[in-house]
Every structure is written in C-alpha cells, then in structure tokens.
Design a protein around this ligand. Structure first.
Ligand SMILES: Cc1cc2nc3c(=O)[nH]c(=O)nc-3n(C[C@H](O)[C@H](O)[C@H](O)COP(=O)(O)O)c2cc1C
Length: 188
C-alpha cells in the first residue's frame, strides 16, 4: 500500500516562524506513517490576471504538489484577526482552473488546520476565515479536531525556539485524526 502524502502549507514566510516549527513537530509525530512535505511558495507572484495564462512556472509547480498530495495541513498565523495575505494569494492561485479542461486542484482534498500565536486566541479567528474560504473551494475540511495554540511566547526555550512539546498531546491527537480522515476518503 502506498503511503499517504500530506502537504503542509505554512501561512508564514518567516524563517523562524512558530507555525513552521509547529509543522516540523507534526512531521516528527507523523514519522514514517506518511510522507510529509512542506510546500515552498515564496516565489509565487501576486495574483494578476494579466499573467494567469499560461501559468507562471512557480504556480505550475505548486499545483502539481497539491495534485499529488492526499491531504493538505494548514499551519497558519493570525494577522489582524485574519490569515496572512501570502496564504490568501497562494490559495487564490490554486483556486483557479488549470485550463478550460482541468478544474482547480483543491476541490475534494482533505484539509486540516492548526495555528499558534502569541495571543490568547491561538489563531482561532484566522482559522474560521480560512475554513470559510477553503469550504467555498470545496475542500473536505476536518473541522474537529482543529488546533489553536495560544501564548506562544510562554512556550519558548532559551534560544527563542518553540519547545518540542508545545501543543502536545493535542498535536498528536490531530495528526492521528487527520491520517484517519484521509484514509477514509481516498482509494488506494
Ligand atoms: C501584520 C500583523 C498582524 C498581526 N495580528 C495578529 C493578530 O491579529 N492576532 C495575533 O494573535 N497575532 C497577531 N500578530 C502577531 C503574530 O501572531 C506573530 O508575529 C506570530 O509570530 C506570526 O506567526 P509566525 O511566527 O508563524 O510567523 C500579527 C503580526 C503581524 C505581522
């Protein structure tokens, strides 16, 4: 049986992003139960319909990565009670049909959402907005469990890195639930 392929999309381009560190922790928890890949997308241009067709090479690449994955796990920060613009831009590109014969690549894909922030709400508001968007795009959203981790600054080591157990055991619970959720939706 082929391994499940999870594509992690981090809504922050920041090198030391807490959300990126959370995604790395999820990868460690998943271990060899699935292939877990992070999407690099900092070369995606701003959406501009003047350059939509033919799609820029970077857009073609991310579409292929999404197409070949069995599930997408979003790790998003919260910016002004929303998810960051870089993530909206990425999803806007992915929301467009590939051509007049090929539809957009997100429809039907299982999706999980996690986030960490320094504030008390742990990205809950950003996540709600993200659910609205990806539901509109017909992704299959795992609404429960979602993971919101508040008070990021209280969960750092002396070098400012996220403690390895930040979010545990909830992260582990979500990882197990997402593997299960994907398995129930794909035919191997
Ligand atoms: C433009 C901007 C707006 C922000 N708004 C919020 C917010 O609404 N709620 C919140 O919890 N944190 C907010 N923050 C702080 C971020 O949560 C914090 O910088 C966090 O570390 C970003 O995630 P990252 O570490 O994954 O890059 C904001 C940061 C920026 C740059």
């Amino acid at each position: 049986m082929e391994k499940i392929k999870i594509l992690a999309i981090v809504g922050s381009l920041r090198k030391d992003s807490f959300n990126r560190q959370l995604a790395m922790a999820a990868k460690a928890i998943i271990g060899d139960r699935a292939v877990f890949k992070m999407l690099d997308y900092d070369d995606i241009p701003l959406m501009n319909q003047d350059i939509e067709f033919p799609a820029p090479e970077a857009v073609k690449r991310i579409r292929e990565e999404v197409k070949s994955s069995d599930g997408i796990w979003f790790f998003t920060p919260e910016y002004n009670h929303f998810f960051p613009g870089v993530l909206k831009n990425l999803i806007d590109w992915l929301s467009r049909p590939v051509s007049d014969k090929e539809p957009q690549v997100l429809a039907g894909k299982p999706a999980a959402i996690s986030g960490i922030s320094p504030s008390m709400n742990g990205t809950a508001l950003a996540q709600d907005h993200l659910v609205t968007l990806i539901s509109f795009l017909n992704m299959s959203v795992m609404n429960s469990p979602r993971l919101t981790i508040p008070n990021a600054m209280q969960q750092l080591d002396s070098e400012g890195k996220l403690l390895p157990d930040a979010g545990n055991p909830y992260l582990e619970k979500q990882a197990n639930a997402f593997l299960d959720f994907i398995e129930k939706q794909i035919d191997f």
